[in-house]
Every structure is written in structure tokens, then in C-alpha cells.
Design a protein around this ligand. Structure first.
Ligand code: SF4
Length: 712
């Protein structure tokens, strides 16, 4: 008997059928009924059964004693201590002296209760998530353009398009099942052109008709140039622009002024003029165009502007809200979008409401009946760890993430945690780079053990179901948060006894006073995140829930595509062109640091490898950390292929083996994000990455750090 569940890795959100043998072995296969993957799984998903053993698992709560050693304790003692330390610090220093740093690995139910505790009960918005590192620029871009953080389309649009533009996305490795759907449709001739825009010649380029190896940081020039070209060549949908948008004239004026000449755009972007014009002409001609973008766009000091420069081109041509067209942000993590829905970012409230809107705060507070609402946005990830390092934040609860590896300027994060008065880590593993600094370790449930929901990149809510027993004394994160909340004196809002009760409350909040209230006489826009049709699920219906894309209407039907009526979430119902002016990354290369460091994923690993590092067939693909560089650069740096080299920036250094052949442009190097001190010493690339962030989204610039490479 198989259990229908969802893959815990990337934002594709594939359905999985999992079965446990009599001997305890876990077997998985793709769920043929799940509309995100129709039975397919990539190599990571197919190896899930090899990653669920208990080796290295954290199985009991632990507290660090006065001798600095971790000691096993009873759950009651651990929960009492966590609650007591948080309460003490709040009483002494105020609610903003505590913080939570959570993860796109959490389920919606976990995310919901921890947000409720922080924002509605403690009264701080100092709760951010590792999703800040991956797609917060897309969130900010969506909100500016559409009035709400909404992905308009769905995966089917990729199969209905004539032109698919993949921007800053190694889709073949990072979202393999979406890539397979594109490649299969292209082979069948339905997709006419696939264009890849990426400084690297990645595996994704193998199936592309055109690869534009754009110079890092120049994407806004490229898309402002496209906007000007589309206008000049009659591709504008004037009726759509007049009826459904605002801000066109100014956005076009800036685009034409800085990027009206394709020859100049080609020069700035480092592209062949003929290639640039081919892309522009295909975009102008192909009515059904999808622009799928990912971390190469988002992880930039101008990431939000890059997102809006892409969306602007779809608004100009009216290519949004219809089959086979639209801008499409694909998320990195399985529940990055679900976290956004329940307010997982320091800048948001639950149900897509805004912390800085009094009327939204009032809606959430009255729904929760909460005693103390956060009233301003909290600290975003990089600022949050800076505040810990400076002693402004004195307690932090980290859940399902490893910031000592994954944050930029990660050595600063390490030092910040070392100085922090009270660090709690909820994790499935005992030994991680972050857990080394924790005062309390709380054992969490992993994939196959936990039960709840996730939302993937196409707004599809799926169930993650348990099919394995809880190991040792591990507990669900939502339950631990509720236990701590009650011990802190918040008995009222945390009496949940099962995940379906939390999901139900979340669904009801999305529908609560949605669109039917006014503030100061100004109508409040109806929010698109609406789970009206899920507000009456009982336990059996929740257990049997099948994947559904939100908004979920009162009749229980999901929504394939948004904006088909041409109505957006801004109060006037119109989408916004956002005027974007190009700017280069803050830190330029120089004589001391002449190369640009780009970071990203490899095909068979996931984040800091706590799970994928267990499967031999996954580790075989890329067995160790590497720095991929152009042979000419290697020669200049005095390093050779196969040798170890040190990659150094102003922020730190790491060691990796030199490789060629990763399709890197001269002047650039690429290092994967996965390795850490548990697998290889001095292998944390996070320690090298500059902590510059996008001023709007707060997303770090992982794709552009000046470095030098030297012999080890
Ligand atoms: Fe899992 Fe993503 Fe692979 Fe699907 S494509 S099986 S969600 S890692």
C-alpha cells in the first residue's frame, strides 16, 4: 500500500508514492495522478528512499550545560527552558530582542504557528526565512506589478507556449521535471524556441535554440532593451496597456533612454548583436511566450528591478493571464510559496496581508484575537544576523535550516551565533555547522514522518503525508512551537491537536474580511490568496485532500491561471509597469579580486546535503566541492585543473578543486553551495559571498562576489 505524498526538495513539488517494505526499506515512484509531474521523478526524488535512515539523526532534546557540552534532557525540561529564556529576554529587552529564522522546508502548518507566535503574540516581526535567500525579489516584484505576491500561470503554460525564455535558471539541474516537460514539448515541435539567458553554458543550454551568455548584472539592460524594441516594432498590445495597466509611459521612457539602441545593449550585456536581435524578434513574434526566471534573477542587488523588467515586457504585450504566456517565478524550495502564504517573511503578515497596513494588521489581530501584534516589518535575514552579532537580538530560534553554511558572509553568522545569549535549533540532524552554536537542540520530524501541506511554484497545495513512525523522541515542529507558546503564557491561540486544525485556521484567515471592508473610506483590494473552498475541511477531508491550485473557490475548485479577467490586486484593479533603471552590482572586480564568483546548485545535491549526502548514487555525480573556471583564468591564477585552490574574497575564503568545462565565461568562477564542514573542511562558499542585498527585497547577491583564486 503506497502513501501519496510530495517530494521535499525543489519548488516543482512533484507528487510521490511511497511504500515501506516488510524489511523497512522505503520505495518511491512518481505519482501519475499529480498534475505537477504526472509520474515523473528526477534523480533526487527517485533516491528519496535512500535518505530516510536514522544515521546522524537528532533523536532526543538536548540542552547545553555549563560545561559547554550538550546533554540529553526530557522534552518537558527542554520546552520549559526554551519558553523561560524567551520570556526572560522579552521581559528584559522587549519583543524585538528575540527572533526566529525558519525555512522553506517547513510545512504550511509549522510556518503558520511560528508566525502566529512571533507576530501575533510576542509582537515582533523578527521572523524571516531562508526563502529570503531564494525568491524574495520575485515576491517584491510581484507585489509592485500585481499588488500581491502572485504567480499568474502554471506548468501547463510552458507546454502551451511557442517561446520559452529561461532567465537565470539552470532548469535542467535545479527543476528537472519542469525542464523535462519543456524539452519533451519542444521535441514534439509544439514549442518553437527555447532561449536560455545565463552567464554560464549550463546543462539547460543543451536543449536551447539560443543561449545568451549575458554579462553578470546586466539583465535590466537586456529587458529594458526588449521593452523598447517591442514598442518600436509594433508588438505592444495598446488596448491591454490602456485598459489594464498604469505607469507605461515612464517605464518606456527610461527603457528607451538607456537601452533604446540594441547595439549598445549588446555591448553592455556582452552579447553578439545577431543573437540579441534573434531573441528580441522571437519575443516580438511569439504571442504565446513564457519567461521563467529563478535565482539568477532574484539573487542580485537589483533583483527586484530585474523581476519587474521581465514583467514589464509581458504587460506591454498583454501576455499574461492567458494559456501559454506569462512571467513565471520558479521557487527553489518545496514550500517557499506556502511560507509566503502564511506570512513567513519579516515583511508580511499571514494570508498575504501587509504588516505596514493598519487595516491588514487589524484583520489578522481580530481573527487571531491576539494580545500584541507586531506593528512594523521585522529584520530581513542578513540584517537579522547582523542584529544578533551586535547584541540587539539576544535569542533566536532556528528551524530546519543551516545559516552558518547558507547565509552570505557566513563567518559573520557563525560569530553572531557564538555571541548570542540563547540559540535554539529545531533540526532532524545532530551535527550541523549551525547546531554547534545551539544552546538547545529540538529533534524534528523529517520527510516521511511529518504530516501537513506545501505549496509549489504553480500555487498548487499538496499534502506531505507521514508513512514512517516518528523516530526516537522527534516531534512535529508545529507541536513544539505550540508547546512553547503555551508555556510562555499564550494558552489561547495554540490549542491545536493536529495539523488539519491549523490548516483550517489558515484557510479561514484567507477568507476572513477579504475584500469587504474599508479603511478611511478607501476600499481595500480583494486579496487573491483565498482558500474559501477549504474552510470547512474536516480531518477526513484533509487527509484525503488532492492537489489544488489556489485561489480555491467556494465550490472547492482550484484556479489554473490568474488575471484572465485583466483584474489585478492593486486597489484600482490595474497592473503596474515599474520604471527600472539599470545598475551594476555594488562590488566591482578590481586588481586584487579580479574574478566574479557565482554560486548555485549541482544536479544531485540539495542544500547542505544532510539528506542527499546519504545516497551513494547522488554523491557519485559530484563527489566534492569544486571551483569551475575558464582555463585562461586558471593559467593566470597559477592553478591547474584537478588541483586544490583557495577562493578568497574580502569576506572569507574556502578551498575547492579546480575544474574546467562547466561552461563558464572568462572572468567568472562558479562554486556549488552544498558543501560544509560536515563533509569537507573549508568548503563553505557562504563564507566567501558578499553580504550585499537588494534594497527592496533584502535578497543577497549570491551571483556576484569579487574573488581571486590562488594555489592551495
Ligand atoms: Fe523532487 Fe524537484 Fe526532482 Fe520533482 S523535480 S522529484 S520536486 S527534486
Amino acid at each position: 500500500m503506497s502513501t501519496a505524498t510530495t517530494c521535499p526538495y525543489c519548488g516543482v513539488g512533484c507528487g510521490v508514492l511511497a511504500r515501506v517494505d516488510a524489511d523497512g526499506a522505503v520505495h518511491v515512484q512518481g505519482d501519475p495522478t499529480h498534475a505537477s509531474n504526472f509520474g515523473r521523478l528526477c534523480v533526487k526524488g527517485a533516491a528519496l528512499g535512500e535518505t530516510v535512515d536514522l544515521q546522524g539523526r537528532l533523536l532526543h532534546p538536548m540542552l547545553r550545560g555549563s560545561d559547554g557540552r550538550l546533554q540529553r534532557v526530557e522534552w518537558g525540561d527542554a520546552l520549559d527552558r526554551v519558553a523561560r529564556e524567551f520570556r526572560r529576554i522579552i521581559d528584559e529587552h522587549g519583543p524585538d530582542a528575540v527572533a526566529f529564522y525558519v525555512s522553506g522546508q517547513l510545512l504550511i502548518e509549522d510556518y503558520y504557528v511560528v508566525n502566529k507566535l512571533a507576530k501575533g503574540y510576542i509582537g515582533t516581526a523578527n521572523i524571516d526565512t531562508n526563502s529570503r535567500l531564494c525568491m524574495s525579489s520575485a515576491v517584491a516584484g510581484h507585489k509592485r506589478a500585481f499588488g500581491e505576491d502572485v504567480v499568474p500561470g502554471c506548468y501547463e503554460d510552458l507546454e502551451q507556449a511557442e517561446l520559452v525564455v529561461l532567465v537565470g535558471s539552470n532548469t535542467a539541474w535545479c527543476h528537472p521535471i519542469v525542464f523535462q516537460r519543456i524539452a519533451k514539448t519542444r521535441e514534439a515541435g509544439a514549442i518553437k524556441h527555447v532561449v536560455v539567458i545565463d552567464p554560464r553554458h549550463t546543462a539547460t543550454c543543451e536543449s536551447a535554440d539560443l543561449h545568451l551568455p549575458v554579462k553578470p548584472g546586466t539583465d535590466v539592460w537586456l529587458f529594458n532593451g526588449l521593452l523598447a524594441f517591442l514598442f518600436q516594432h509594433g508588438a505592444m498590445d495598446a488596448r491591454f496597456v490602456d485598459t489594464h495597466t498604469e505607469g507605461f509611459a515612464k517605464a518606456l521612457a527610461v527603457a528607451e533612454a538607456e537601452a533604446g539602441d540594441p547595439a549598445e545593449v549588446a555591448r553592455i550585456c556582452g552579447l553578439q548583436m545577431s543573437d540579441l536581435l534573434t531573441f528580441y524578434r522571437w519575443f516580438a513574434r511569439c504571442e504565446r511566450t513564457v519567461s521563467l526566471f529563478s535565482q539568477g534573477v532574484n539573487q542580485s542587488s537589483s533583483g527586484t528591478d530585474k523581476v519587474n523588467s521581465i514583467i514589464n515586457c509581458h504587460l506591454l504585450t498583454g501576455r499574461i493571464g492567458k494559456p501559454g504566456m506569462g512571467p513565471f517565478s520558479i521557487t527553489g524550495q518545496p514550500n517557499a510559496m506556502g511560507g509566503r502564504e502564511v506570512g513567513g517573511l519579516a515583511t508580511m503578515l499571514a494570508a498575504h496581508m501587509e504588516l505596514d497596513k493598519p487595516v491588514h494588521r487589524d484583520i489578522v489581530q481580530s481573527f487571531w484575537g491576539s494580545p500584541c501584534m507586531a506593528h512594523r516589518p521585522g529584520l530581513k535575514a542578513v540584517d537579522l544576523f547582523d542584529a544578533i552579532g551586535e547584541g540587539r537580538v539576544k535569542a533566536v530560534w532556528i528551524m530546519a535550516t543551516n545559516p552558518v553554511v547558507s547565509m552570505p558572509d557566513a563567518d559573520c553568522v557563525k560569530h553572531a551565533l557564538a555571541r548570542c545569549e540563547w540559540v535554539v535549533s529545531s533540526d532532524i540532524m545532530t551535527h550541523t555547522d549551525t547546531n554547534a552554536y545551539a544552546h538547545a537542540l529540538l529533534p524534528a520530524l523529517g520527510w516521511g514522518e511529518k504530516d501537513g501541506t506545501v505549496t509549489n511554484s504553480e500555487r498548487c497545495i499538496s499534502r506531505q503525508r507521514a508513512f514512517l513512525p516518528a523516530p526516537g523522541e522527534a516531534r512535529a515542529d508545529w507541536r513544539v512551537v505550540c508547546d512553547v507558546a503555551r508555556r510562555m503564557g499564550y494558552a489561547q491561540g495554540f490549542q491545536f491537536s493536529a495539523p488539519h486544525e491549523i490548516f483550517l485556521e489558515h484557510a479561514r484567515l484567507t477568507a476572513f474580511r477579504n475584500g469587504d471592508i474599508e479603511a478611511d473610506g478607501v476600499p481595500v483590494a480583494r486579496r487573491m490568496l483565498n482558500l474559501d473552498g477549504l474552510t470547512h475541511l474536516n480531518r477526513e477531508a484533509y487527509d484525503a485532500m488532492t492537489p489544488v491550485r489556489w485561489p480555491v473557490l467556494a465550490d472547492g475548485q482550484g484556479t489554473t491561471r490568474l488575471f484572465s479577467e485583466g483584474r489585478y490586486a492593486h486597489a484600482d484593479g490595474r497592473a503596474r509597469f515599474v520604471t527600472v533603471a539599470s545598475r551594476m552590482p555594488l562590488h566591482a572586480t578590481d586588481c586584487e579580486y579580479p574574478l566574479v564568483l557565482n554560486t548555485g546548485r549541482v544536479r544531485d545535491q540539495w542544500h547542505t546535503m544532510t539528506r542527499t549526502g546519504k545516497a551513494p548514487r547522488l554523491t557519485g555525480h559530484t563527489p566534492e566541492p569544486f571551483v569551475d573556471m575558464h582555463p585562461h583564468d586558471a593559467l593566470r591564477c597559477g592553478v591547474r585543473e584537478g588541483e586544490l585552490a583557495r577562493v578568497c574574497s574580502r569576506w572569507g575564503a574556502m578551498v575547492a578543486r579546480v575544474t574546467h568545462g562547466g561552461g563558464i565565461l572568462a572572468g567568472n568562477v562558479f562554486v556549488p553551495i552544498h558543501w560544509n564542514d560536515q563533509f569537507a573542511s573549508d568548503a563553505r562558499v557562504g563564507g566567501v559571498v558578499n553580504p550585499v542585498v537588494d534594497p527592496i527585497s533584502g535578497e543577497p547577491e549570491f551571483k556576484h562576489t569579487p574573488v581571486r583564486v590562488e594555489p592551495f
